[in-house]
Design a protein around this ligand. Structure first.
Ligand code: HEC
Length: 291
């Protein structure tokens, strides 16, 4: 039996292939599976013992069979086994790519230059080098045609195209991820659906203190020009999200409302501006104008 490799190569190689496959197929988040699930560790230990066991059994079978051989056959077997394992095709390929003459044949290519005993060989260019050179020449022709003759995209155009695509993707993402807004990025919503949703949120949470028409009660009038904490979508979003001044009764709604809902109810509050509530509370705070 000609062995293709030694046991100390075989066992680790098979072991790590199996380990790699388990890691690949077991979904364990950021950590490797072997750290997340102790069972995987036991399994790999079992695999290792199994591999060693197989190796031992194979060895003993070989040993037993060897003992049954005749003396002559034993010698032949040993010779075959210890023959060095090599890849003839790889060696051939390397030789071809290198294209150098074996030292024994150097006599054929020696030049008759002789500089104080230093002589020169007329070696061929190494084929790997020549092929590479041909490849660069072909590449140059293709490159020239594509970019200079047929006006292919240059790097700047490619970059700009990618940026534009990314911009579109960002816009699309922002549309689906409306909960990403905060007091700095929020824009006043004008969609009917958003205002309706804002109204519903207002009815459910805010009317006890601000009255259904925003005229005010415990909380200030939301329909007039005066704002204690500042008007405009950004200030209102901030007030609703973070709450009013301590002890006044306006809580931080970010605990129970999502950013998108805060944006909707804030936009709804803005639509109340200028309406005439039944029992308006006197204006509080300063007049606020959008700059
Ligand atoms: C428990 C009573 C209460 C509830 C409920 C309440 N608020 Fe208020 N709200 C207040 C008080 C009190 C203030 C004044 C806070 C201050 O002076 O700092 C206020 C202030 C505000 C202001 C700022 C007004 C200004 O003049 O600057 C806005 C906007 C506002 N509330 C919107 C809402 C919205 C929207 C809801 C529902 C999600 C809500 N409030 C629910 C009591 C309430």
């Amino acid at each position: 039996m000609k062995k293709s490799s030694a046991w100390w190569i075989r066992i680790p190689v098979i072991f790590f292939i199996i380990l790699g496959l388990t890691e690949f197929f077991i979904d364990s988040g950021h950590l490797p599976a072997i750290m997340t699930y102790p069972e995987v560790g036991y399994f790999m230990l079992f695999v290792l013992l199994l591999l060693i066991g197989i190796e031992l059994i194979l060895n003993s079978i070989e040993n037993v069979m060897f003992q049954t051989l005749s003396k002559e056959a034993q010698e032949r077997y040993l010779l075959a086994r210890d023959k060095k394992w090599e890849w003839p095709w790889a060696k051939n390929l390397l030789h071809k790519l290198w294209g150098s003459k074996p030292i024994a044949e150097e006599g054929e290519i020696i030049l008759d230059h002789n500089y104080d005993g230093i002589q020169e060989l007329d070696n061929n260019l190494p084929p790997w080098w020549t092929y590479l050179f041909y490849a660069t020449a072909i590449f140059a022709v293709i490159y020239l045609l594509r970019y200079e003759v047929f006006n292919g995209e240059n790097q700047i155009e490619e970059y700009e195209k990618n940026v534009a695509e990314a911009q579109i993707a960002i816009e699309a993402y922002k549309k689906t991820a409306t909960d990403l807004v905060d007091a700095n990025t929020v824009e006043q919503l004008t969609d009917e659906a958003d205002i309706k949703a804002g109204q519903a949120i207002f009815q459910a949470n805010c009317v006890a203190c601000h009255m259904p028409d925003g005229g005010g009660g415990i909380g200030p009038n939301l329909t007039d020009d005066n704002w204690i904490l500042g008007g405009g979508i950004k200030n209102i979003f901030h007030t609703v999200s973070e709450g009013g001044r301590a002890g006044k009764g306006m809580i931080a709604w970010k605990q129970s409302l999502k950013p998108k809902e805060i944006a909707q109810v804030s936009s709804y509050v803005i639509t109340l501006h200028g309406t005439t509530p039944a029992n308006p509370k006197a204006p509080e705070g300063d007049r606020w104008e959008e700059k």
